[in-house]
Write a protein that binds this ligand. Structure first.
Ligand code: ADP
Ligand code: MG
Length: 373
């Protein structure tokens, strides 16, 4: 049988390529929320409010009171690879630039209608611009395609409307707004817990709803925010988990300066449920160097400690914040791949396993830590 003639190969149009790439970065509304929350935190915000319509598919709005974006930067802020945080390739490995690629906002403008309103402290007014495929477009037909002055408080509000309006199959795959909203609320909750001690207030609500689904005050703590989000019944059963290795090296290196051959060092802090508490749904919250990540190896290690003390089919609550020299971390630069790997993986896992065993064990003998309401 003669083979058919090969089809002609042609290059995809640039905006199609960009849209496909953007769909990888932003797979669901909660991914966009995570990126924008991190931007708000990077901007030094003390109050961050997330508002959603239809699970974030119709509208996702993130309002913060951070340092804002200069008018001139508003023109390029949504172009690909524009960032205020990364100068050189080597910066990719340092902590202060963990995860910064200048790609998030650009990606969102390829798959949604984006409007940014921002005011810096020194500017007499705010500026607003609308974006499409990375570029500023007129706010209204006939307007010039540039940031327009408007009233506003210091900080930045980013509205993301009609997510995946140009990706039919993707949009239709998100049947349940409630499910997408639950994922968004989960991301905001995790950040609220991790930043509980940092004087940042978080709010997450549905558009038009009178009450917020999550609200944490600025003056709070990780423990208090766990109580707000997961309830007093869990908070009462929490133990503080601590472990560290050569922390003085960590403090000295303060990440940016750590050489690649820096000795093994880390600091772990967190709250974990005790051996008398169990829940149907496992909660595993992991931050490394202040970024929400996932680590299957840490998760498995800690869960295996619990599996020997908890009833079959039940799980624990684990919140762990790790710090370590950036060169010891392998963060996949792909934005949605949150899985991290460690240079000193075995040593780290061993220390964490031991720390959890000791914490659970000593709590069983004498309930040393008991959360106050
Ligand atoms: P990255 O965070 O990797 O730099 P992003 O695409 O997420 O890339 O953001 C691009 C730039 O836009 C940031 O570097 C920052 O300068 C600016 N920016 C984004 N969101 C905010 C915000 N909420 N407040 C102030 N600046 C922001
Ligand atoms: Mg960012």
């Amino acid at each position: 049988a003669g083979a058919a003639r090969p089809p002609q190969i042609h290059k995809l149009e640039e905006h199609v390529v960009n849209r496909i790439a953007a769909g990888e970065v932003v797979q669901r509304p909660a991914n966009a929320v995570k990126e924008m929350l991190e931007n708000s935190l990077d901007a030094g915000s003390k109050s961050i409010t997330v508002t959603c319509k239809e699970g974030g598919m119709k509208l996702l709005e993130i309002k913060d009171d951070g340092h804002g974006i200069r008018k001139d930067d508003m023109r390029i802020v949504c172009e690909r690879f524009t960032t205020s945080k990364l100068q050189r390739f080597e910066d990719l490995t340092t902590i202060s630039t963990f995860g910064f690629r200048g790609e998030a906002l650009a990606s969102i403008t390829h798959v949604a209608r984006v409007t940014i309103t921002s005011k810096t402290r020194d500017s007499p007014c705010a500026y607003r611009a609308r974006y499409h495929d990375g570029k500023v477009i007129p706010l209204r037909p006939g307007d010039p395609a540039e940031p327009r002055p408007c009233a506003g408080n210091q900080g930045t509000t980013i509205s993301v409307e009609d997510l995946f309006y140009n990706m039919d199959t993707r949009r239709r795959a998100f049947k349940s707004a409630a499910e997408q909203y639950a994922l968004i609320l989960d991301v905001v909750t995790r950040y609220a817990i991790h930043y509980g001690d940092s004087g940042v207030s978080f709010t997450c609500k549905r558009h038009g709803s009178a009450s917020a689904d999550l609200h944490t005050p600025a003056q709070s703590s990780s423990l208090a925010n766990i109580r707000v989000a997961y309830g007093a019944a869990l908070a009462r059963e929490l133990l503080e988990l601590k472990a560290e290795q050569a922390p003085e090296l960590l403090d000295k290196a303060i990440f940016d300066g750590a050489p690649a051959d820096a000795p093994f060092s880390f600091r772990a802090r967190g709250f974990v449920s005790n051996a008398n508490y169990s829940t149907k749904r496992a909660v595993f919250i992991l931050f490394i160097n202040h970024r929400l990540v996932d680590s299957t190896s840490i998760r498995r290690t800690l869960e295996s400690v619990y599996s020997s003390v908890l009833p079959k089919g039940t799980h624990a609550f684990i919140y762990l914040a790790l710090s370590m020299p950036a060169p010891h971390l392998d963060v996949n630069v792909h934005p949605t791949k949150q899985e991290v790997h460690f240079l000193h993986e075995e040593a780290l896992l061993e220390r964490l396993r031991k720390a959890l065993e000791d914490t659970l064990g000593s709590a069983n003998r004498s309930r040393t830590f008991y959360s106050q309401s």
